[in-house]
Write a protein that binds this ligand. Structure first.
Ligand code: ACM
Length: 265
């Protein structure tokens, strides 16, 4: 099975440009799974709720339907970040779209980063591993800053995820240290779709540092982008390889766990 993560520079407040760019970028991509960055369709740096409704989508909107049709027509799983509006709340969400649309779901970002707290509501979906029986695949989704919480990736792995995909708008210089550990801790594949470029609001500029990457279950890099280029990162993986959690004849990193001593607060 092949997965691609798409690294590009979404333009804040230019949804039409961003959607066209996304469609163009994947026109010839044949991978089974395609992952775009966080808030791909809108750009990132919203500061006021009043400026968001114009760019928001509900999960049954035309924007979602465009990508759902591609997913079904081309037999590809498509994951992308979008600004979701539901019941007068804005969520920093990811659409996870399967060729068989009845499996498609939305994940709403649990851990809000920085000024997202001004405008978004924390996600209420929890961490969703989706089993797609047609392909014998289990896929979980995190969004960006969720990486800081090992419990999030762990939850998806315990739910059975073979691969976790991470639509992102990463700005720190330290995520590269931790992200492969999430793959290693859980013996899962992990694919980061990060954006590039900058966004300025008032006198503050955010720099998004690319380096989209796909890790195997040992945290080894399978493919990696540069910090600045529009590009697509691709790797082959076998979801079944993530399921055996034994590391030698005596140890299995899941059955060796001792939850009664783990403090979750
Ligand atoms: C982030 O969560 N966008 C850093």
């Amino acid at each position: 099975m092949k997965i691609s993560t798409v690294q590009f520079n979404p333009i804040l407040f230019d949804k039409e440009f961003n959607i066209n760019k996304m469609l163009n970028l994947i026109e010839n991509v044949k991978s089974d799974i395609i992952v775009f960055p966080e808030l791909s369709t809108t750009g990132y740096f919203f500061l006021h709720k009043e400026e968001m409704h114009r760019y928001s989508d509900s999960f049954d909107s035309e924007t979602i339907k465009i990508f759902q049709r591609i997913s079904t027509d081309r037999n590809q799983i498509i994951v992308f970040g979008f600004l979701e509006e539901a019941k007068e709340h804005f969520y920093n969400s990811a659409a996870i779209l399967f060729p068989q649309a009845k499996y498609s779901q939305v994940y709403r970002k649990t851990h809000l980063f920085y000024k997202e707290k001004f405008v978004f509501t924390p996600g209420d979906t929890g961490f969703i591993n989706i089993n797609y029986p047609d392909w014998d695949l289990n896929i979980g989704t995190l969004i960006c800053y969720d990486w800081r919480f090992p419990e999030a990736a762990r939850t998806l792995a315990l739910e059975g995820a073979d691969i976790v995909v991470v639509p992102s708008n990463l700005v720190t210089k330290i995520w590269h240290r931790s992200m492969p550990a999430r793959a290693l801790d859980n013996h899962i594949y992990l694919a980061v779709a990060n954006r590039i470029g900058t966004e300025s609001r008032r006198d503050e500029e955010l720099y998004f540092n690319g380096m989209s990457v796909i890790y195997d279950f040992n945290g080894e890099v399978l493919d990696l982008a540069t910090p600045t280029e529009e590009t697509i990162v691709t790797a082959e993986f076998d979801p079944r390889e993530a399921r055996d959690k034994s590391i030698n004849a005596m140890n299995d990193i899941f059955t060796d766990r001792v939850p009664k001593y783990y403090f979750l607060g």
